[in-house]
Design a protein around this ligand. Structure first.
Ligand code: FE
Ligand code: FE
Ligand code: ZN
Length: 303
């Protein structure tokens, strides 16, 4: 029996880099994880430390974390759906980020396709295609996973058709794939309570062979709200049973499931603190039983 591949977003800090990320993932009982190589909202990055990377790989091996189940998320300010300076900057940064991912020994990077802002959708999609064709070189081993977006503002990739058009334009198909985010597709308008139908659509339009990662998040909003606000597992409009059906779906068995649910706030000794929900959420997912006391249990665990 194949084990469930599950993990969450973890931090990647300057001092201990990947070692810290792996330790954090282990503390959640995860066998997969995702991280940004620096702050998600900016592009300042420190040099990848070879010794720390080696130590982290050893730790991963000892704890049965397969490097193929580790995902890097590109910073979300990178916008390939742009022109001029902005476009050039995005391409240059993405190129460096691919090098960092290769240096770390991983092979998957999630990327938000971009927002076309004042360009027409068509122009935005073409810029994304051009950008991807510029960064993907003959010897590139990383696969860029375009994330399905909620359709906030002028986000590209709000439906399977748009993502398919980008893939069609990319020359190196071995270096492109999709990351499906449950909160995003729900917010975009897909009915995830009928996930088998959504998967069938995905397969018909894009092809399941392009699916390499699933972000598991509940949503704070109703379907088609285009809001993109993640909720803790079972506490939003998607609900526990629907998420469980996705997580344990036979067709997604070999694909890492990554939680990006919000931290829980708590006031301890009149100080505001925030706690990661992932250990308790992963626990609940493994037990396949909704914990109506989830938030309190998270607070109690870290107190
Ligand atoms: Fe994302
Ligand atoms: Fe996501
Ligand atoms: Zn999101």
């Amino acid at each position: 029996m194949e084990e469930l591949i599950i993990g969450s977003h973890v931090s990647f800090k300057k001092n201990d880099q990947l070692v810290g990320s792996v330790k954090e993932a282990i503390s959640y009982g995860a066998n997969a994880f995702m991280f940004y190589t620096g702050a998600p909202q900016n592009t300042s990055r420190s040099e990848i430390d070879i010794e720390l990377t080696k130590e982290a790989k050893k730790l991963m091996k000892e704890n049965h974390i397969d490097p193929r189940n580790v995902i890097v998320h590109a910073p979300y300010i990178i916008n390939l759906a742009s022109t001029g300076e902005k476009f050039n900057f995005a391409v240059a940064f993405l190129r460096q980020e691919i090098d960092r991912v290769e240096n770390l020994g991983f092979d998957k990077m999630v990327l938000h396709p971009g927002s076309h802002v004042n360009l027409e959708l068509e122009e935005g999609l073409q810029s994304i295609i051009d950008g991807l064709n510029l960064v993907l070189k003959k010897d590139t081993s990383v696969r860029i996973l375009l994330e399905t977006m909620a359709g906030k503002g002028t986000e590209c990739g709000r439906n399977f058709e748009e993502l398919k058009r980008i893939i069609d334009g990319v020359e190196k198909k071995d270096n492109i794939g999709i990351c499906l985010d449950t909160c995003h597709i729900h917010d975009a308008g897909y009915d995830v309570t009928n996930f088998d139908e959504v998967l069938t659509q995905f397969d018909t339009i894009i092809g399941l062979k392009y699916l390499y990662c699933v972000h598991i998040n509940d949503s704070k909003n109703v379907r088609e709200s285009h809001k993109d606000r993640h909720e803790n597992i079972g506490m939003g409009y998607i609900g526990f049973d629907n998420l469980l059906h996705i997580i344990y779906h036979e067709k997604l068995r070999d694909i890492p499931k990554i939680l990006e649910t919000p931290y829980v706030t708590s006031t301890d000794d009149s100080k505001e603190k925030i706690y990661p929900p992932y250990k308790i959420e992963i626990d609940m997912i493994r037990k396949k039983r909704y914990n109506s006391n989830l938030i309190e249990d998270i607070r109690t665990f870290y107190k």
